[in-house]
Design a protein around this ligand. Structure first.
Ligand code: MD6
Ligand code: FE
Length: 202
C-alpha cells in the first residue's frame, strides 16, 4: 500500500454518525442530489452527488469534470460545510488551510464507483479525507497506474479514509455496496463524504 493511505475504522461513534447524517440531510435538502454524466459520452454515473462548501464537484458531457461555486441544476451557491466536517478535517487532515469542497456521494443499493483518481484539484499537497455512513462497502485501492495491483478493504459506517502523501493520486473506487442492514440508512444505501482542498492555499 502506498504511503499516505490511512484507514481509520470506527472513527465516528453512533451518536456522531447520526449527528453528521442529520447535517448532510439538510445539505441535500438545499442542494439536491443530481446525477453527473461522463465527459464526452454523457453516460450517467450510477452514484448521485451533491456538495457543500465554497466549491462543489460536478461533471457533464459538455464541460467534463470540474469544480464550481454553484449547483448545476438549481444554480444556487452550495450550502455551507457543516462545522463537524471542518473539525474532522482539522483533526486528521494535517493541512494548514481549510477544506474548500465536500463531495457527497449517495449510493443506492447495487451502485458502484469506478476506479478513479481524485485529480481535479490544483493542490495535491493537501490530502483527501473521507467519511462513510450507512451500508458497508468494498473499497478498492491500487497504485499510481490503473493496472497496478489492488487491495480491497471493507468500509463500515463511521470509518474514515485519508489519501495523502504518495497515495494522494492512487487509483481507487467502490466495487460494491453490501446489501446488509445498517442502523443509519436503508439496506444497501450508503453516503460517502470526501473533503478536499481545491486551490493552493494562499
Ligand atoms: C467512496 N471514495 O468511499 C468513494 N476518494 O464512496 C473515494 O472516492 C475517495 O474515500 C478520495 C479519498 C478518499 C475516498
Ligand atoms: Fe475518490
Amino acid at each position: 500500500m502506498l504511503d499516505g493511505f490511512r484507514h481509520l475504522p470506527g472513527y465516528l461513534n453512533d451518536a456522531d454518525q447520526r449527528r453528521l447524517l442529520k447535517a448532510v440531510l439538510i445539505v441535500i435538502e438545499e442542494a439536491p442530489l443530481f446525477t453527473p454524466t461522463m465527459p464526452r459520452t454523457g453516460k450517467p454515473m450510477s452514484v448521485r452527488m451533491s456538495s457543500c462548501g465554497p466549491l462543489g464537484w460536478v461533471s457533464d458531457k459538455e464541460r467534463g469534470y470540474r469544480y464550481q461555486a454553484t449547483h448545476p441544476e438549481t444554480g444556487q451557491a452550495w450550502p455551507a460545510m457543516p462545522g463537524m466536517l471542518v473539525e474532522l478535517w482539522n483533526e486528521i487532515g494535517g493541512y494548514p488551510a481549510p477544506p474548500q469542497a465536500c463531495l457527497v456521494n449517495h449510493y443506492a443499493p447495487g451502485t458502484k464507483l469506478g476506479l478513479h483518481r481524485d485529480e481535479d484539484e490544483e493542490d495535491f499537497s493537501a490530502p483527501v479525507v473521507s467519511v462513510s455512513l450507512g451500508a458497508d462497502a468494498r473499497f478498492v485501492i491500487g497504485g499510481l497506474e490503473r493496472q497496478h495491483e489492488k487491495e480491497r478493504i471493507t468500509l463500515h459506517s463511521g470509518d474514515m479514509v485519508v489519501l495523502g502523501g504518495a497515495a494522494r493520486l492512487a487509483y481507487h473506487g467502490i466495487d460494491r455496496v453490501l446489501p446488509v442492514p445498517n442502523g443509519l440508512l436503508g439496506e444497501g444505501e450508503r453516503i460517502n463524504l470526501t473533503l478536499r482542498r481545491v486551490q493552493r492555499a494562499p
